[in-house]
Design a protein around this ligand. Structure first.
Ligand code: MLT
Length: 330
């Protein structure tokens, strides 16, 4: 042993002997000692990715280690959730996911994970309204005209979405059920590529979160038909709700939560959750999220138990909703 290594070993041994540095505390204090992966179940540039990157940049400052975003796309978010459930529970893999955690059990006959058992629950993050948007040159100028157009065109209309389990799919399914109009659905790996296709005029309609659609609506590159909240929203004050345009009770609000593999150390869960809460209070983060229509989750949901209880409640709520709309689930 070199003299330097011998000296540092002696100092640590002395600290441990004196009870100044218990082993468990020494191990905990080390987290995070390397970059942390935040798995995003959909494409880069889409709404889930936007929230992850805005938060991740702020959390990197708090935690002192980079938050690396890993886009693991496919099967409406279920591939990323299954991957996270099986990941090593060492405090270096987390998942951000939305309502898809609650809807997947009703949508998939075989799911490779149990949303209410196979994870540690960290915290909820933000709630985001959705918007029904169309390609710029769609002839219908408002939702009333759109309904008439849909009735006339039916299956000729292409509705883009991000796969079975995505909220764009859920919103589209509920829209088809509410209007009674069948459409041809076109799946993508996330709503970022779906939005590209919409802007390019390759698909007709998309129901997507304001965190994705707001800049395109403001730039005039797509047409807005309505928001999916019961009342109008601050980020798009001129936008009518679908409810006020006759689709009574039509409501889809997207909530996001953070999960970790079961068995992840509590220290990592607590500190990651605290870093999310700190990020949400950062004025620059709060302003950016508000511009995009995202609102921090209510205080009672910003905790492991708050997320778990909400997930259980939403899973129960969606089961009959999805069964009732099953004929529109393709
Ligand atoms: C995304 O991030 O691409 C969307 O959240 C996908 C979806 O519609 O659920």
């Amino acid at each position: 042993m070199t003299s330097i290594r011998r000296r540092s070993f002696a100092v640590t041994a002395l600290a441990l002997a004196c009870g100044a540095l218990p082993l468990a505390a020494a191990a905990q204090a080390a987290w995070p000692s390397k970059s942390i992966t935040l798995v995003v179940p959909f494409s880069a540039g889409g709404p889930t990715d936007v929230v992850a990157r805005v938060l991740g940049a702020a959390m990197t400052k708090t935690l002192g280690q980079p938050i690396v975003i890993e886009n693991k796309t496919g099967a409406g978010g279920t591939i990323a959730a299954a991957y996270t459930a099986r990941a090593t529970p060492d405090g270096y893999t987390f998942l951000i996911h939305h309502n898809g955690m609650a809807t997947a059990p009703a949508l998939y006959r075989k799911l490779a994970y149990k949303p209410l058992n196979d994870f540690e629950y960290v915290t909820q993050v933000v709630d985001v309204p959705m918007t029904l948007v169309g390609r710029k040159d769609l002839p219908a100028k408002d939702f009333k005209e759109l309904q008439a157009y849909l009735k006339a065109q039916g299956n000729k209309v292409n509705l883009a979405h991000a796969g079975l389990g995505a909220v764009s799919h859920l919103c589209g399914m509920l829209l088809r059920q509410a209007t009674g109009v069948e459409m041809t659905t076109v799946p993508f790996q996330g709503t970022a590529p779906a939005m590209n296709a919409l802007v390019a005029g390759q698909v007709d309609l998309l129901c997507d979160q304001t965190t994705s659609t707001t800049p395109f609506i403001k730039a005039g590159s797509i047409k807005l038909y309505g928001v999916t909240t019961p009342t109008r929203i601050k980020a798009l004050p001129e936008a009518p709700t679908l409810d006020e345009q006759g689709l009574k009770g039509f409501q889809v609000v997207v909530w996001h939560g953070i999960y970790a593999p079961k068995g992840t150390p509590k220290e990592a869960i607590d500190r990651f959750g605290a870093a999310v809460r700190t990020a949400l209070q950062d004025p620059a983060v709060a302003t950016r999220l508000a511009e995009l229509g995202a609102q921090p989750a209510s205080e009672d949901k910003l905790s492991p138990e708050g997320l778990r209880q909400w997930l259980a409640q939403e899973t129960q709520r969606y089961d009959p909703v999805i069964k009732a709309a099953a004929q529109f689930a393709d």
